[in-house]
Ligand binder design. Sequence first.
Ligand SMILES: Cc1cc2nc3c(=O)[nH]c(=O)nc-3n(C[C@H](O)[C@H](O)[C@H](O)COP(=O)(O)O)c2cc1C
Length: 152
Amino acid sequence: MQITILVGSVHGNASAVAQALQMAADDIAAQITVLPMDGLGIAVFDQPGAFIICTSTTGSGDVPDNAQALFHSLDAQAKYLGHVRFGLVALCDSSYGDSFMGGGKQFDERLRDLGARRVGEVCVLDTMETSQPEEDAVAWLKAWAVQLATVA
Ligand SMILES: Cc1cc2nc3c(=O)[nH]c(=O)nc-3n(C[C@H](O)[C@H](O)[C@H](O)COP(=O)(O)O)c2cc1C
């Protein structure tokens, strides 16, 4: 199984979570590549295998600066992504109220609009709820990989 983790991060928390997921690759018999979103466009989804969007939220429900190019290309170069299977790991903070998890939600909605299929529940890493986001994410990955294997 080939999995590409696309990372949107401001201060490095999402990057650290992505690294932890990569370290767990052997546990799920997968090859995991970590790719910062910087400068990427929709063409990244032409790669084979499944994807994990691992992103934080910044500003007021916004995607991180390094995710802007990829996110906007989902509009500017929109195309059908029916072949894409993805999981979502969303770093967030519920003290931000209405803008909670906005970055993750925006990716989720836009990718699904384009026909991509999200596998499993969102891995919600709320700063107010967990002090061990890496461990939580690895536990999520193990369950997610099982679900992914059952999806055509
Ligand atoms: C300036 C700033 C704005 C933020 N805005 C939001 C927000 O609107 N909604 C939310 O759920 N979390 C928000 N967060 C919380 C971050 O998403 C969270 O701290 C995350 O762990 C940061 O990960 P990163 O270092 O990979 O960017 C904000 C954090 C900062 C510092």
